[in-house]
Write a protein that binds this ligand. Sequence first.
Ligand SMILES: NC(=O)c1ccc[n+]([C@@H]2O[C@H](COP(=O)([O-])OP(=O)(O)OC[C@H]3O[C@@H](n4cnc5c(N)ncnc54)[C@H](O)[C@@H]3O)[C@@H](O)[C@H]2O)c1
Ligand SMILES: O=C(O)C(=O)C[C@@H](O)[C@H](O)[C@H](O)COP(=O)(O)O
Ligand SMILES: [Zn+2]
Length: 353
Amino acid sequence: MSKQEVILCEELESSLTSAIGKCPHDKLFILTDEHTHRLCLPQLNGIPALKEATEIIIGAEDVHKNLETLASVWQALSEQGATRHSLLINLGGGMVTDLGGFAASTFKRGIAYINIPTTLLAMVDASVGGKTGINFNGLKNEIGVFAPAASVLLETEFLRSLDAHNFFSGYAEMLKHGLISTPEHLAELLAFDTEKIDYAALKSMVGRSVQVKEDIVEQDPLEHGIRKALNLGHTVGHAFESLALAEGRPVLHGYAVAWGIVCELYLSYIKVGFSKEKMRQTIQFIKENYGAFAFNCKQYDRLYELMKHDKKNSAGIINFTLLKEVGDISLNQTTDKDTIFEMFDFYRECMGV
Ligand SMILES: NC(=O)c1ccc[n+]([C@@H]2O[C@H](COP(=O)([O-])OP(=O)(O)OC[C@H]3O[C@@H](n4cnc5c(N)ncnc54)[C@H](O)[C@@H]3O)[C@@H](O)[C@H]2O)c1
Ligand SMILES: O=C(O)C(=O)C[C@@H](O)[C@H](O)[C@H](O)COP(=O)(O)O
Ligand SMILES: [Zn+2]
């Protein structure tokens, strides 16, 4: 898989013009959701390289990251003259970059695409690394391909219109990057003033956070080994997210990941000796900023069944990514069902649900 260009922009117009210039194309498309069409696209007004771009607009949020929306993007490309030599720009959060990336990589067996992430989550995580796809059969990212964007352009000015929930959703993936990288990076994340955001400081932190992901993806783009580190919190987090969606009370991806981290730090503590104090500090931050996902012991089996669909699993065995210490990663960790249920008990007790 080719290494993708990730640019922390000083000036979006020049970075975008240069990125488009590197992708010779016959026709240009720009995909937004209904919110980024209203809030973000106007910020690209007047950029000459986008003058001829055809707009495609989809519904917002993860409920639209599905086959129907995907088909609507294929349909728009097909009906509006896209060829194998066309170029798609995805302007939006992770829902747009995941679905748009998948649409581009499958349309006529693959056209080039550029990501311009507009949420914190998409800047530090979703737009980078080539995982594209949609939710299917009640499961997160069940269908998709690895196909990196030609370029990823990070313009943190877009974050000024993001609401607090989506800020914290992205921040959970940053916490994950802190946990899998260094105690210093984790400490700066836990200490950051999230109530009064210093956008210049946030921009620097976004740069450090996305670098954690880029370094890992470069070593293992197709997730045969170390890339599973980026899935910390997701074995349980995706099960929470799928359950919430099925019960008609969807939660933001990053919130599910934060709650998944609570569970998987507990497993890290009991199975591979993660520090109790670091676990306590991280859980405290999550409790204060994310609240809790409520479930009861009658739902343990359902969550367990959902976890059986995790992509890190093999031969019916649930594999976790755990931590011995901050930055010291233990891949492919297994445990019995009783311990998984004990982990749910721990979560409910410490989160007060
Ligand atoms: N491919 C990957 O590696 C990867 C990594 C992490 C998450 N994901 C996926 O990413 C998705 C979540 O992404 P997300 O959190 O960006 O959600 P999202 O794309 O649904 O965006 C959240 C909301 O914010 C709005 N929005 C976007 N930019 C905005 C802005 N600048 N100002 C105001 N509102 C704005 C969107 O319209 C939407 O309503 C999930 O589907 C998750 O599975 C993928
Ligand atoms: O890039 C990766 O690798 C990740 O695991 C990043 C995750 O934050 C992200 O949510 C990803 O989409 C999860 O992938 P999945 O393979 O577990 O569906
Ligand atoms: Zn994630």
